[in-house]
Design a protein around this ligand. Structure first.
Ligand SMILES: NC(=O)c1ccc[n+]([C@@H]2O[C@H](COP(=O)([O-])OP(=O)(O)OC[C@H]3O[C@@H](n4cnc5c(N)ncnc54)[C@H](OP(=O)(O)O)[C@@H]3O)[C@@H](O)[C@H]2O)c1
Length: 274
């Protein structure tokens, strides 16, 4: 389990990835995105999760350069969008992401969603990029067990990460067990269910015991479950608050109480219908 904001989890290829980071979905390109990423890096975040679809890679790149933190101390993830999938088009999409980010390499490149009939070809392009040393780790996002089984049947490089919707209302019990068995690191998107879990009485009550917010309780629950978490915020106080989760420990009983909130309820799309 990670014990600080900078602590890293070793992926299945030996690359070390911060267990905590900033997500930037729906963060407007320009000053807002630059400010959010700069604030996070100043607070001590070292991992940023973007995607070509988010249309803010230029601002993320600018903030990274302005931060003064050496590139190799940061961990940058991007993703290939659905209409960019296919072998050649993915290679092209990767080049475009690098150009926008203004970086020579990515730390992690993911297939954003499993586009039926396309994602294996797309993954072959990720393997090429990995073998060429242009990305340190490759993986997937929004893959169910059946997508992973299909991919694992003939991939050359095992995906290092599967980034999926994961929060106390969707704790992905079967998928998590499968990923643990296969040594694929689970990463939580919408860990706060986009803000819709923050009045949940169980979380508020547990938080009161430690002087923590419901958001902090959820993020701590992620960490104690060995799930990488990337909460999004553009608000400086919240960016700071979300990272302030390394000075308390949920008891096993509290972990179970939060596990029991699961309703298999999504805030986003089901990958099978998207
Ligand atoms: N792979 C995928 O398909 C996929 C899909 C969705 C998301 N993601 C990734 O996961 C990241 C996180 O998910 P998300 O952005 O959907 O949602 P989220 O992190 O669950 O929630 C973000 C929302 O919660 C608010 N918030 C953040 N911290 C808070 C706090 N301490 N107290 C109260 N409100 C707080 C934010 O508001 P403010 O910003 O206004 O402060 C924002 O409205 C994304 O940014 C993206 O990087 C990936």
């Amino acid at each position: 389990m990670i014990t600080s904001l900078n602590d890293k989890i070793t992926l299945n290829n030996g690359v070390k990835m911060p267990g905590f980071g900033l997500g930037v979905y729906k963060v407007e390109d320009g000053d807002t995105a630059v400010h959010a990423v700069r604030t996070a890096i100043d607070v001590g975040y070292r991992s940023i999760d973007t995607a070509s679809f988010y249309d803010n890679e230029r601002s993320v790149g600018l903030a990274v350069r302005e931060s003064g933190v050496p590139r190799e101390e940061l961990f940058i993830t991007s993703k290939v969008w659905n209409d960019q999938q296919g072998y050649e088009s993915t290679l092209k999409a990767f080049d475009e992401s690098l150009e926008k980010l203004g970086t020579a390499y990515l730390d992690l490149y993911l297939i954003h969603w499993p586009v039926t009939g396309k994602y294996k070809e797309t993954y072959r392009a990720l393997e090429t990029l990995y073998q060429e040393g242009r990305v340190r780790a490759i993986g997937v996002s929004n893959f169910h067990v059946h997508h992973l089984e299909n991919l694992l049947a003939d991939c050359k490089v095992k995906p290092a990460v599967n980034q999926v919707e994961y929060h106390p209302h969707l704790s992905q019990v079967e998928l998590k067990a499968f990923c643990e068995k296969e040594n694929i690191q689970l990463e939580a998107w919408s860990p706060l269910k986009r803000g819709r879990l923050l009045d949940e009485p169980t979380l508020v009550e547990i938080g009161n015991k430690y002087g923590k917010s419901a958001a902090q309780v959820i993020l701590r629950w992620d960490i104690q479950h060995h799930v990488i978490t990337i909460p999004k915020s553009i608000t400086a106080e919240r960016i700071q608050e979300n990272a302030n989760i390394f000075d308390f420990t949920l008891t096993q009983q509290e972990m179970n109480q939060i596990d029991n909130l699961n309703k298999n309820e999504r805030a986003g799309s089901n990958p099978d219908d998207f």
